[in-house]
Structure formats: C-alpha cells, structure tokens
Write a protein that binds this ligand. Sequence first.
Ligand code: GLU
Length: 367
Amino acid sequence: MPKNLKRIVVKIGSLGVTEESGGVSEKKIHHLLHDLYQLKEAGYEIILVSSGAINTGRALVKKPEEKKMMISYQQACAAVGQPLLMNAYQKILSLWAWPSAQVLVTHEDFKDRSRFLNIRNTILRLLENGILPIINENDTVSFAEITVGDNDQLAVMVTEATDADGLILLTEADGLYDKNPKEADAKRFDTVHYTDDFSSVKIAAKTSVGRGGMDTKLRAVRKLTPLGVDVIIGSFIQASPISRLINKTGGTLFFGNPENQMNRRQSWLSTVVKNEAIINIDEGAAEALLKKKTSLLPVGIRKVAGTFRRGDVVNVKCKNKIIAVGISEFSSKELELIKGKKSSDILQMVEDVPSNVAIHKDNLLLV
Ligand code: GLU
C-alpha cells in the first residue's frame, strides 16, 4: 500500500480456508498465515476476519429438504465448524508460536455504543499483546434483523472500529475487471480513485460458497474510501497473497480520500461527540494528557456534566476549554461516583468495572 500503513484488516472468504466440497483446508490456511506472519514480522498490526465456519461444518450436519430450515442448518454448520476452523488456525499458528484469539460478533454489537467499545478495546489489547484476532460473525445468534449479512460488511465495521489504515479483501478474482475475468480480453483495474464511478462495470457472479461476492466488496469500497481508508481486492490463490497486494503486484487498489486520511479518527470522534457531555478535569490531569499522552484517570476528574452512557463520546474540558474528546469507559452516573478517586478504589464503587481509566489513551483525541 502506498502510504504509512500500519494496521490492516485482512478478510478471507470461505473458499480461501476451506475445501470446495466442505471441510477445513489446512493447506490453504497455511498459505495465508505464512504470508501474514511475514507481514507481522515486518511490523504490521494484523486483524483477520475469516469466513469459513459454515463450509467447515457442512459435512457434519444433515442438509434439510425444507427451504425454511436453511438458516438453522447454516447456524448448526457454523456452530460445529467454527471451533474446527479455529483449531486449524491455532495448529498452524503454533509453527511460529503466534497466539490467536477468537472474536465472534453480530451487527447489533457494533450499533450498541458500549458493546462497540468492548469490541474495540478487546481487539486493541490483543494487538498490543502480539495476538492475532480472528473475527467472524456469531452465526448462531444472527438471524434476519441482527445479522451482518456477509463478512465483507463485517470487515468494514471492524476496520472502522479499530481505526485500521487499510482493508484487504481476499477472494478468488484478482481485483476488479472491466468484464467477467474469465473472458480472455478482460482487463483488471490496477488502481481506482475514490471519486471514480465504477457502477457500470459488469461484476462476475458470486461463488456458491460464502455470502459475499464482488458486489458486497464494492459496497465495502464505497463505504470506506471516502473516509480515507485504502481498500485492496485481490486473489488468495496467488503466492504471498497479501504481500503482493501491498507491494502493488496484482489486485485492485482503491485509494481512500487522502484529505480524510490524517484526520479520520478526529472526524469520526467529532461527528459522534455528545455536545452536552462534559468531563471537567484538573490541571495536573490536563498536563498528563497533553504532554505525556496518558489515559484519563478518574482521580483527575473534578466535575461531570450531561447524561451519557458507557461508550459515548464526550468532551474533556479544563478551565472551560475543551482540550480533548474521547470515548468514556463509564456512564455519567458512574463518573459522578468515582471522580477524584484513585483507580484502585473504584472496584468497590461501580458494578462490573469496565476499566481502571475513565478514557483510554487509544480512545482519546487531543484538540
Ligand atoms: N460467517 C460465515 C461463515 O463463517 C461467512 C459469511 C460470509 O461468507 O460472508 O461461514
């Protein structure tokens, strides 16, 4: 990728990790992880969104004759397939002693501020500890209203929630072509600008395995590139499938809007900040935030104004001046109780203490 890319979300489709006839493919997983490991060693932070649970479990669950039973069939396949898939991932990751974690989520989880914050914090902590987060939709509890639908959209949500710099969507086709890539004279687009209109491009049909297709991938592109995120679509079949895309040898790179690259996090936080939600802090805390870039501790809080919930974005003020905005770990009610208190004392004061800081430095933006 062209610019300072540090944190990337890689999404692999079902056929990138399973056999076409069903069941996990250790060979394919090895192919993927071998390359991911090189990137990790080169300093990238990697978050993996992996499909494949349903196709892994298929051989073990009887397919229903009735159409309306299909959802529970797929959910049963995912429930039995997900641990088998993780098992294969862990077995191969152990070659490099690279620990991994399973994170299963639904659409609802991203809509709810407090759950969103939990997902974000968990993933950031895993990365900090050198652990590979492997994310999939929690298909067992996902039915019509709460399903993300396909993992391309899930990858978009994960990219947004973790402030990732880029998203790589691995699929069979090596990017976007001007016609069906199976046709001999089909031409691949190397790069696409975020303002380019590619709506007239004919899109090849989706595969029979997995829920996405080129259509859902382009939807991901349209969502993320205006925000400044680069998106690459490319094939998982090639050697070093991700490195080659990062080095721009193959695939299609959709450039994110460069103007929004630098201040993406800022614009994201400032669009969701609750104006009336204010945490007033003392000068010592302000200095620690501004100079040492620390988290905001409850002990530095003097006053709390407005009503907000855990996970809401609030203003941080010192002497009547807004100095930062950030995601609050606690509700306004809870902060009322713990303001001015030492982190070690708050355990007894609040139920299910989410954190020992009021705003974590990862979720804080100095203004
Ligand atoms: N969650 C599904 C699975 O693991 C995949 C959804 C998709 O293919 O986009 O099988």
